[in-house]
Design a protein around this ligand. Structure first.
Ligand code: FAD
Length: 401
């Protein structure tokens, strides 16, 4: 049996931060990180389209799931501390107009390198291609795979989203084996599948919209029409609210800054001032032409040649369709396409200040394996990094002398 003071399972965003924090808190402690892929941090490289949206200036106010629990971490360390942590590793960042934080280099590899090299410099031992299959409580702590013994253990295996990047749900099985409750899991920040009758001709078209889900939930931003339904930041954000197996409709408002009445007036005036205008061009000043045509088809019995043939009551219908383009939801894409897991280890069983298990003292969890998730914009990595820093520091400080 190989003995170590602190053992971490999972070399992703939260695990790498936890390892650095643990070594900084207790430089003399032995810290071992197990990663089942050939290299650590594979998912970090895929984040933010390869640019790594590593946090958000507004994370403190973000409506995370289990926000009160997440605030146990944010009360200790916030975005300023996250940025100071990265600066201490030599990594500098910039914020965009929405507060999304990226490395100055604009490449995710810089973030992984900063964390990976800090682990090596501080003496964290990393074992790749080593999968944790079992955890057993022992007198002095924990045994993993009956091969590694440690006084303290951090489970930082991520969730089920994007299994090709290493996180295949095994962390849930490990925690469940020790009696932890796992709340229902579903893919989140994932594309929406819808009835495609009205959007068949729109594949590849992008538009700004406010999206509302009939069962509750809203999101705003860019949508991308696809051959299965909707992608883009607004659709991914709305997926947080989808209730699996529950019928729902997604309604798109392409012009949230106008009322239906205002639009009816404007479109009526356009039709009167230029009666020979080809009807298919009526909406080109508002939305992309192909989308305008789809809106006209959804609101008129047939799209006429010229706007002069559109009746006043039909103009009202067009305005209503621009503000309420409804698509029946059929579901979401799968774990393979999801960025995040909604659901996870029940936060009731963890101390929100230390992230130590209430069921198994000496065991800690951080990142996506816990039942905390946020929307698009850097919020999930910020949670993973900050919860990793807190779990790593707490576990190291709790080691016996
Ligand atoms: C394509 C994509 C893009 C994203 N972009 C962003 C973004 O720009 N901004 C943002 O905030 N969030 C983004 N996310 C979400 C973010 O990456 C995750 O929320 C975050 O990585 C979670 O960190 P984690 O440490 O909990 O888990 P992970 O980063 O998934 O790390 C878990 C690690 O544990 C390892 N592991 C799992 N099981 C075992 C086991 N049994 N034994 C040993 N090792 C194991 C895995 O191989 C993995 O390396 C994105 C996600 C994806 C998939």
């Amino acid at each position: 049996m190989k003995r170590t003071d602190l053992l971490l399972i999972g070399g992703g965003a939260s695990g790498l931060c936890a390892a650095v924090a643990a070594k900084r808190a207790r430089p003399g402690a032995s810290v071992l990180l197990l990663e089942h892929l050939p290299r650590v941090g594979k998912k970090i490289l895929a984040t933010g389209n390869g640019r790594c949206n590593l946090g958000n200036l507004h994370a403190g106010e973000h409506p995370y799931k289990n926000r009160a629990f997440a605030h146990g971490v944010f009360a200790q360390l916030g975005t300023d501390e996250l940025l100071a942590f990265f600066r201490s590793l030599g990594l500098y960042t910039r914020a965009d107009s929405e507060g999304r934080l990226y490395p100055l280099s604009n490449t995710a590899a810089s973030v992984l390198d900063a964390l990976r090299l800090a682990c090596a410099r501080l003496g964290v031992e990393t074992l790749c291609e080593t999968r944790a299959e079992s955890i057993r409580k022992t007198n002095g702590g924990f045994a993993v795979n009956d091969r590694f013994a440690a006084e303290k253990l951090i489970v930082c295996c991520g969730g089920c989203a994007a299994p090709a990047q290493g996180s295949d749900g095994s962390g849930f099985a490990l925690l469940r084996s020790l009696g932890h409750e796992i709340t229902p899991l579903k893919p989140s920040l994932v594309q929406l599948t819808t009835d495609t009758t009205k959007i068949r001709a729109l594949k590849g078209v992008r538009a700004a919209a406010k999206l509302t889900l009939s069962t509750g939930g809203e999101a705003a931003g860019e949508v991308l029409f696809t051959d299965y339904g909707l992608s883009g930041i607004a659709a991914m954000d709305l997926s947080r609210f989808v209730i699996p197996d529950r019928k729902a409709t997604v309604t798109l408002d392409f012009l949230p800054d106008f009322s239906a009445q205002e639009l009816t007036k404007i479109l009526g005036a356009l039709c009167r001032s230029d009666p020979a205008l080809p009807a298919e061009n009526l909406l080109t000043g508002f939305v992309p032409k192909a989308l305008g045509l789809a809106v006209l088809k959804a609101s008129l019995p047939a799209v006429p040649q010229q706007v002069s043939a559109i009746q006043p009551n039909e103009i009202q219908n067009i305005a209503a369709a621009l503000k309420g383009f409804a698509l029946p939801l059929t579901g979401t894409k799968s774990w393979r396409d999801a960025q995040v897991t909604a659901g996870g280890a029940s936060v009731k069983q963890f101390d929100r200040r230390t992230l130590e298990s209430r069921l198994c003292p000496g065991l800690y969890a951080c990142g996506e394996v816990l039942d905390v998730d946020g929307g698009c914009g850097g919020f999930n990595l910020e949670w993973a990094f900050l919860s990793g820093l807190v779990a790593g520091r707490s576990a190291a400080e709790a080691l016996s002398e």
